[in-house]
Design a protein around this ligand. Structure first.
Ligand code: NAD
Ligand code: UPG
Length: 446
């Protein structure tokens, strides 16, 4: 079967290569000539574990092609998948201009009956709107199917080949059958729905996961005040099958290209239908506040921030990706720069992307994790990359005059910290070795 994927970002590229791996001929089209050039030259424009090998294999076997030429890409395609971006407008609503533009272009080029599958995350009612937009342009028959995508960055390949479910929203049984056929080898349950329900399943799923994160972050904040340990609390809660253990890791709040945008879009969508989504508004507000926990702990540990040197470990919004979209590291670094700190930043893969948004005379771009620590007054761990988890804390303690570690992701355990004598501020439990630290400080001043 020939499939064309419009938009070669995370979703377009990963799902395109998946369909090729399943034995289809796939053409990935993108307007971004640079992206296509990188792909044509054998590279990939994003950091995603396992993706390069998969792309290489399918290109070599002549099942996967890349082009900027939509006309060539779309010719004789049975299924056209739209995976272009739906970024937020300033009021939080999804910006549908890219998807509408793509739909018009496709409509002008199709010559035979085509199934148009929309993978982009779109507000309820958008699939119907796209159908109208296309009907204004063409008289050729087509059907629209909503196939929302649930992959996560950093584990996108595994998620795509092992989905929990495949949601297919549509009106035409013929189009639904073709999309079922395409995904059958993935061996996942199908949920066939109306177009609007499929669109809502995507937003509701992301909003629910974001709610779980803000909920556990608030419990963590209360644990800090009452002397309980959020890791024990999460474990105890998560073993209840009705709650589930996933997405109960307290931290510095969710970031990324999806949760922040999709929660705000759903609030707007509800508002446009005269519904005040109070719970989700609080989820967003809690998430915003959560980043400031790192600052609060730094102030507690160091007193005045002005003139202090702070090392930051991790700039990506999560490990396994070079994506920095809506990364909590932006707010934290901005606050520290405004407070007059010198920063030593390090991330194993996201430095280039972060640097394209932020630069400042007070930032030192470190070469590795140890280079960041050198001459710092405190270290803040913001992304739980393995290289940070594997740090030898005894060596770490010797690098700093007073080893202070603010851990925004709870990666170290109490025993490791106690043995190393690091003053440690985790999320959702009491600081460790803080008393020792306070005692030594008072000894030194007496
Ligand atoms: N990133 C994720 O993890 C993820 C997961 C699930 C769903 N989604 C949703 O999928 C959609 C795509 O997300 P993404 O992260 O892959 O986006 P992205 O921004 O990484 O990529 C979108 C691509 O579409 C291209 N494009 C835009 N208009 C085009 C056109 N008319 N013709 C050809 N190419 C065009 C852009 O150049 C860009 O390369 C969004 O709606 C997003 O919410 C994303
Ligand atoms: O227990 C947890 C789990 C996640 N996070 C944070 O939540 C954010 C999002 O993480 P994750 O969901 O793993 O990554 P995304 O790639 O953004 O994937 C989400 O967004 C995608 C785009 O819509 C969906 O397809 C996925 O199903 C959905 O998980 C990151 O900042 C994580 O650090 C936490 O703070 N605690």
């Amino acid at each position: 079967m020939k499939i064309t994927v419009i938009g070669t970002g995370y979703v377009g590229l990963v799902s395109g290569v998946c369909y090729a791996e399943l034995g289809n001929e796939v053409v990935c089209v993108d307007k971004d000539a640079h992206k296509i050039k990188v792909l044509e030259n054998g590279g990939i424009p994003i950091y995603e574990p396992g993706l390069q090998q998969l792309v290489d294999r399918n290109v070599q076997q002549e099942r996967l092609y890349f082009t900027t030429d939509l006309k060539r890409g779309i010719k004789d395609s049975e299924i056209v998948i739209i995976a272009v971006g739906t970024p937020p407008l300033p009021n939080g609503e999804a910006d549908l201009r890219y998807i509408e533009f793509a739909a018009r272009e496709i409509a002008a080029l199709i010559e035979n009956y085509t199934v148009i599958a929309i993978k982009s995350t779109v507000p309820v009612g958008t699939n119907n709107r796209i159908k109208q937009v296309m009907k204004e342009v063409t008289e050729v028959e087509f059907d629209i199917v909503s196939v929302p995508e649930f992959l996560r960055e950093g584990s996108a390949v595994n998620d795509t080949f092992n989905p929990d479910r495949i949601i297919i929203g549509g009106e035409s049984q013929n189009a639904i059958d073709r999309i079922v056929e395409l995904h059958k080898p993935l061996n996942a349950p199908f949920v066939i729905t109306e177009l609007r329900s499929a669109e809502m399943i995507k937003y509701a799923s992301n909003a629910f996961l974001a709610t779980k994160i803000s909920f556990i972050n608030e419990i963590a904040n209360i644990c800090e005040r009452l002397g309980a340990d959020i890791r024990e609390v999460s474990r105890g809660m998560g073993l209840d099958k009705r709650i589930g253990k996933d997405f109960l890791n307290a931290g510095i709040g969710y970031g990324g290209s999806c949760f922040p945008k999709d929660t705000k879009a759903l609030i707007q969508l509800a508002g446009n239908a005269d519904y005040d989504f109070k719970l989700l508004k609080s989820v967003v507000e809690v998430n915003q506040m959560q980043r400031m926990g790192v600052i609060r702990k730094l102030k507690y540990a160091l007193g005045e921030l002005k003139g202090k040197t702070i090392a930051i470990w991790g700039l990506a919004f999560k490990p396994g990706t070079d994506d920095v979209r809506e990364s909590p590291a932006f707010e934290i670094t901005n606050y520290l720069l405004k407070s007059g700190c010198m920063l030593r930043l390090y991330d194993p893969v996201a430095m280039g992307n972060f640097r394209s948004y932020v630069d400042h005379a007070n930032i030192f771009w470190a070469e590795n994790e140890w280079d960041a620590v050198a001459s710092s007054d405190a270290v803040c761990l913001l992304t739980e990359w393995d290289i940070f988890k594997q740090i030898d804390l005894k060596v770490f303690a010797k690098q700093m005059e007073e080893p202070i570690l603010i851990d925004g992701r709870n990666v170290f355990n109490v025993k490791q910290i106690k043995d190393a004598g690091v003053t440690y501020y985790p999320v959702g439990s009491s600081p460790i070795n803080e008393m020792v630290f306070e005692l030594e400080k008072s000894k030194a001043t007496n």
